[in-house]
Design a protein around this ligand. Sequence first.
Ligand SMILES: CC(=O)N[C@H]1[C@@H](OP(=O)(O)OP(=O)(O)OC[C@H]2O[C@@H](n3ccc(=O)[nH]c3=O)[C@H](O)[C@@H]2O)O[C@H](CO)[C@@H](O)[C@@H]1O[C@H](C)C(=O)N[C@@H](C)C(=O)N[C@H](CCC(=O)O)C(=O)O
Ligand SMILES: Nc1ncnc2c1ncn2[C@@H]1O[C@H](COP(=O)(O)OP(=O)(O)OP(=O)(O)O)[C@@H](O)[C@H]1O
Ligand SMILES: N[C@H](CCC[C@H](N)C(=O)O)C(=O)O
Ligand SMILES: [Mg+2]
Length: 530
Amino acid sequence: MSYCCAFVSAGRNWLNKPIPLDQFMILWFENVQLLQNRVFEMKLSELISVLPFYDVSTSLDDIEISSVQADSRNVDSGCLFICIEGFTVDGHDFIEQAVNHGAQAILAEKDVKASVPVIRVADTTKAMAIVASKFYEYPTRQLPLIGVTGTNGKTTITYLLESIFNQFKKKTGVIGTIQMKIGHDSYPVHNTTPDALYLQKTFQQMKSKKVNTAIMEVSSHALDMGRVHGCDFDIAVFTNLSQDHLDYHQDMKDYLHAKSLLFAQLGNTYSEERKKFAVINEDDPHFSVLQKSTAQHVVTYGYQHDAQVKAEDIHLEVTKTRFTMHTPVGSTRIRSNLIGKFNVYNMLAASAAAICANVPLAVIKDALENVQGVDGRFQPVDGNQDFAAVVDYAHTPDSLENVLQTIKGFAAHNVYVVVGCGGDRDKTKRPLMASIALEYADQAIFTSDNPRTEDPKAILTDMTDGLHADHFTVIENRRDAIFHAVNIAETGDIVLIAGKGHETYQEIGHTRYHFDDREVAEEAIQAKEY
Ligand SMILES: CC(=O)N[C@H]1[C@@H](OP(=O)(O)OP(=O)(O)OC[C@H]2O[C@@H](n3ccc(=O)[nH]c3=O)[C@H](O)[C@@H]2O)O[C@H](CO)[C@@H](O)[C@@H]1O[C@H](C)C(=O)N[C@@H](C)C(=O)N[C@H](CCC(=O)O)C(=O)O
Ligand SMILES: Nc1ncnc2c1ncn2[C@@H]1O[C@H](COP(=O)(O)OP(=O)(O)OP(=O)(O)O)[C@@H](O)[C@H]1O
Ligand SMILES: N[C@H](CCC[C@H](N)C(=O)O)C(=O)O
Ligand SMILES: [Mg+2]
């Protein structure tokens, strides 16, 4: 045992965090499975001892908790059920169902009655983050964690970082829009940034599966709702800020404030053993607000100012991008398969974060050069046609402009864009996206993109009302719209199908129907008559 302790205290990962005991044990024991499927159990009194003030309805003696849930449908025996008042329903209304499913105790913020003990706190969302962290043994205290926030580029940067760390022979975990990944295993997600319960449990799983570095997207919704409370971030990355989500945030100031929370949440104290970093795009107009939000080291990237990680001599081509990257640890020339100036920013951001994590520049270069692309981001559809078809996830004014600008820069002939705007989302971006489409495209085909509970025709009217141009067509059915664009494309033209990227569904009402822009584009290309 004394040898074991000596090894543990000597064992450090890249952020100088001690290798946790359970990871160390995994190295020692053959029966890895036993540890990975470890059952978490804790006395309720111990679990809630981390909450400073609470009222309890009865004595809590001897209650063992083996799971914590905020959804009554997932409750089983031995569960602590946490009531969250949501936007749609109130979790306090599901106490009876939770108890019937085996809940042993209830954590509530309202005066509720139950046949099991009720613990009353002022704010169950905050309490959930605190309790989840305790229940899963504060996993991010020992797991290096990188958070990426900003309007556009988060998913791309997390996958660039995954490639960089994998190239450095480090096992990664990734949480974001497309999926959750532990090593090569992937799992579906409902949110880009899931709630605190899911996060803490997932980090615990990552730890037990010997993940060396966790990389996650941190949405403004998550920051605003406290989903990442309890996450001990080591590096926070900011991409950029432009209009989106004004259905949720009051205005751009409120949206920026939410983003800035990630940088404040890097903490206010310093550890010589464990340095923390804020990686911020210096070319973004909101740079100084974010810089002031953090007490930690700021590493800048960009190419307009005197950034620490800076791109120069940039060559943007149809099939590749080349630039020189200057960094505090040297300079290197990068030749990447990612297209467009915006991807240069993404590569600078990922490189800056990796440099903070002590990844050698040569490894970063190799990794960036090996990345073929990110699912649904500027993804070509190749059916041997004599025009180009590209599927991209641009669903904000800024990303649509970036992608169209890139395409326009290469187009030998006409540019066609198929685009729509999501239902139950920021309505003010609809006319902006339509205008941008018309500014760059020779012909725009406006269509549906997840109308959700809204009338697709009303969304299209929001897009097209007040447009002072006529080089557009409205085709509500997305499949028909894609077929139309493919049919009018001629030799050397480019068709951009924007907004859905990796998505494999069209959400109409509350139902998701299978729909994949890449599949439909391929079908349309095969069906095209010359
Ligand atoms: C507006 C919003 O963010 N809503 C999130 C919220 O849902 P909600 O408030 O409607 O939850 P609710 O249905 O009212 O339920 C309240 C409580 O009752 C519980 N419940 C509910 C039903 C039941 O039978 N039993 C039960 O116990 C629920 O588990 C929950 O604890 O809490 C849910 C659980 O955490 C989230 O999945 C859900 O995200 C929805 C799906 C969503 O679309 N969110 C978007 C806006 C979002 O968060 N997007 C960002 C990314 C944006 C970007 O980057 O572009 C993201 O991080 O995903
Ligand atoms: N750095 C960037 N600046 C501007 N636009 C970008 C940038 N990176 C990617 N884009 C555009 O934004 C789209 C979405 O990119 P990505 O999925 O990486 O962003 P995201 O921030 O994860 O988006 P979401 O908020 O939906 O999760 C891409 O398909 C591309 O059109
Ligand atoms: N995370 C974004 C994705 C938007 C994707 C687009 N296809 C849409 O449905 O608007 C959201 O939920 O607002
Ligand atoms: Mg994303």
